[in-house]
Structures are given as C-alpha cells and as structure tokens.
Write a protein that binds this ligand. Structure first.
Ligand code: PHE
Ligand code: NA
Length: 457
C-alpha cells in the first residue's frame, strides 16, 4: 500500500518508493503546469521561451531536485535544520541554515497567492456546473472572469476555503488518504487534458498552436524572459521552497533518488506541455491574445467546454481536478513551515497549522485586493500579486537553487553525495556533479546579471 508511516519518535516516513513519487508528483503538478506555464509562455512569445524552459528543467531543475532530496534524506530534518546539520558535519559555516530558511519563507509567500488562484479554480467548478459555459462567446468568457476578479468577497471566500481544507489535511499529518487521492488524480487529470487536446485538434488551429509552442523565434526572447523561464523551472518542480527537501526527509534510505527525480521531472513536464497544446490552438481559433496574462486558461477553456459534447461535465471534472492538484501542491508548500514549528518549536501539529494558516490567509488578502481594490496601487510597476510572484519565482528561487547547488557539490563531501545518490563514481555521477559545481551556479549568475542589465549577452 502507499501510505506513510511514523517511525521512531515523530519522524514520518513514506511507506514505499511509489508513495514518495506520488507525493512529489502531487507537489510538482499543480497550478504551475496548467495555469502558469501557458500564460507565461504566451507572455514571453512561445517557442524560444519553451526551449529555454526545457533546458532549465533538464540541466538545472532535475539535478537540483536530486540535491534537495539528498540533503533532506541525509539530515532527516526540516530544511533549515537539515542545511545546518549537514554544514556542521562538513565543518562548514552553520549560516548555511539561512538557505533552508529562505526556502521555507519562499514557500510561505508562494502559498499566500497560490491559495487565491486555487480559489479561482474551485469557483469555476461551480460556474461550470451551472451550465454557464454552454455556447459562451470569447467576450462573455472574458466578462465572466473579469466579474469574478472584481469581487474581493468572492475571491476571499474561495481562497479561505482552500486555506481551511489545506490546513485540515496538513493538520492530520502526511496522510494515507491524501496519497490515495494523488493516485487517481494524476491519471484523471491527464485523461482530461488529453480530451482538451483532442478538442484543440478539432478547431482547425492545432498546428498554429503547436508551432507557437515549439517553433523557437529567438528574436522574441528578452533577457527577462530567460529569468522567467529559469524561475519557472524551479517553481514547477517545487524546488528552492523547502517542499521537495522536506518530502525528501521522509524518504526511506533504499530508494533511488535519481530515478525518482527523473520520474517526477518527466511527469511534470509532460503535463505542462500538454496543457499548452490544449490551450494555444483555442487561443488562435477564437482570436484571443496569447499574452493575456493570468486569466488565460480561465477565458480559453470555458469556450472549449462550451463547444464540446459533454462540455459541462468535463468542465466540472477539469476544474475539480485542477483544484485537487492545487491542494496537493499547497500541502507541500506549508509542510516545511509546519515541520519546523513542530520539530523546533514544539508546537502541536494543530497549533502549527492554525498559526501558519492564519498568517498566510492575512498575506493572501494582498493578492485578493491586487485584482480589484488595489489594482492601481503599484510598486516598481507591479501589483502586490505581481511582486509576490516576481520575488519568489524570479529572485528567491533561482538564488536558493544557486545556494543548494554550491552546498551540495562544494560543501558536502563528495563521498556523501556518492552514497546518497547511489551512482558510485560513474559517468552519471560526474555529470550531476558537473551540473551542480559549474553549470547551475554559472548559469544562474549569468541569467541574473543579464536580467539586471549588469552584463548583456
Ligand atoms: N510545483 C507547484 C506547481 O507547479 C508549485 C509549488 C512550488 C509547489 C513550490 C511546492 C513548492 O504548481
Ligand atoms: Na509543476
């Protein structure tokens, strides 16, 4: 069975390799794949952006994932203490702890807006169910989405529900029921996305959509776009946020970190690309704007559901699955904070959940208001939501990834990494070490300096 068991004193552990893969995939696959990937791809001009993103996943994301799981499992602690204890073991500075801390904070900040967007998805379960998508025109779909954003009470109600459900699940511990949910969620979500891709094929604009997604036009790629692609590689794989490191700390010793990371990376990438293949043909078929921003899927998909047979049913199922996928990610975003509060501060699990839930709910108000009342309040030209997104995905995550790579390949003893990854001294290990030692740090620094305008390539 794929359930988590408690070993020793408090330390949870996944019962099997499959249980961990499911949990990690549940963390990875979420709004990042279906909501964020399509709209940032649209905003950043398509193919060239996607190519850079794929390169970031393969060369940086998956190797960093291996490093994070390795750190978590080796230390058997929450991210902050894991970094600290491994640093001490390697006779390095205990301030490495702050990298773990930054991850926990980053996860918390992400969650404050993640729950608001998840609230949109939950809200659309009911909108779909009411039959509102039937024969909807692009203008009506836009107005429907705009109407939801304009109503802070509505946004707040749904996001509050998401916060409560998440905290309830986390409060009960890494839970067998949750793993079972992920069990049917992944295949179910995949089937629905395939149905959407099928519809996209019938629009007569499938090739146009696929070309937008895969034919690179590098003239459309700005230095800022490269940073967005890099940041999204971390975001979509749940890295540099404490999530994967914490899940890794529950991983049994005999499980292959390498195979697991690859499996999660492949599933996550497949879901994102399929979502893009479903959405862009619809965008072009109905004369919509690829760069429409965060509302992209909430405007395009209702049109598709409104046209296809059984569209109301599929619409309900799709937004329901998206909501559940968002919640399995939300759980992993808060778990690092909760594990720190319980392990280090001796909070009960319940108290830890209520405290962090309240905190992120309050922070979430900023995102809720940034789509209506505070729409025109901007700092550096960004709304509160834009700022949170930029701060986490484009600054904290690449920075965190950089530090994790340096830590894993320069600070921790090579022998420890060899043992944990189980690759011996083979070519694959050398490749991982090269990625962590040189590729990732140099790549991230160059992308940063470029985006900041310090250098220009
Ligand atoms: N990976 C999740 C997604 O793509 C978001 C996430 C980020 C989850 C960071 C956990 C940690 O939706
Ligand atoms: Na993802």
């Amino acid at each position: 069975g794929s359930s988590a068991v408690v070993t020793g004193k408090k330390r949870l552990q996944w019962s099997s390799r499959m249980a961990f893969i499911l949990a990690a995939a549940g963390s990875a696959v979420g709004l990042g794949n279906i909501w964020k990937f399509p709209y940032i791809t649209g905003e950043n001009g398509g193919g060239a952006f996607v190519l850079v993103y794929l390169a970031c996943i393969l060369l940086i994301g998956i190797p960093v994932m291996m490093a994070e799981i390795m750190i978590g499992r080796r230390a058997q602690k929450n991210p902050a203490e894991a970094m600290e204890s491994l640093a001490l073991e390697a006779k390095a500075n205990r301030l490495w702890k702050s990298v773990g801390w930054m991850g926990v904070i980053c996860g918390f900040l992400i969650l404050s807006f993640y729950t608001v967007i998840a609230g949109w998805a939950v809200s659309y379960v009911f909108t779909a169910g009411s039959g509102a998508f039937v024969d909807i025109t692009p203008d009506q779909a836009g107005a429907m989405f705009g109407g939801m954003l304009a109503d802070p009470i509505r946004l707040l109600s749904w996001s509050t529900l998401v916060v409560i459900v998440t905290m309830y699940i986390v409060g009960r511990g890494v839970n067998a029921g949750l793993e079972k949910a992920v069990n049917f969620l992944m295949p179910g979500l995949l089937v629905l996305i395939l149905i959407m891709v099928g519809y996209a094929m019938s629009t007569g604009h499938f090739i146009e959509g696929v070309e937008f997604l895969f034919a690179p036009d590098f003239s459309k790629l700005s230095t800022e776009s490269v940073l967005v692609a890099l940041g999204h590689a971390f975001f979509t794989l749940s890295l540099a946020s404490g999530a994967i490191m914490t899940y890794g700390s529950y991983l049994p010793k005999n499980t292959s970190i390498v195979k697991t990371s690859m499996a999660v990376g492949i599933v996550d990438t497949a879901v994102a690309l399929l979502a893009g293949m479903a959405i862009f043909p619809i965008v072009f078929a109905y004369g919509l704007e690829p760069g429409a921003g965060p509302g992209l899927i909430f405007v395009t998909l209702p049109i598709a559901f409104g046209q296809m047979p059984f569209g109301t049913l599929f619409g309900v199922l799709f937004f329901l699955m998206l909501s559940i996928a968002a919640i399995t990610s939300a759980i992993s975003l808060i778990e690092p904070a909760v594990s720190w509060l319980t392990e280090k501060r001796q909070f009960s699990r319940l108290k830890a959940c209520v405290t962090s839930g309240l905190g992120l709910w309050i922070l979430g108000l900023g995102t809720v208001l940034s789509f209506n009342v505070w729409e025109n309040h901007k700092l550096f030209g960004k709304t509160f939501f834009d700022l949170m997104d930029f701060l986490t995905a484009n600054l904290m995550m690449p920075l965190g990834g950089l530090c994790v790579a340096i830590f894993a390949a320069w600070v921790i003893k090579s022998k420890v990494a060899e043992e944990e990854l189980g690759l011996g001294k083979g070519l694959l290990f050398k490749a991982w070490q090269f990625a962590m030692r040189y590729l990732t740090p140099i790549g991230i620094v160059i992308v940063f300096l470029n985006a900041l305008g310090v250098i220009s390539l």
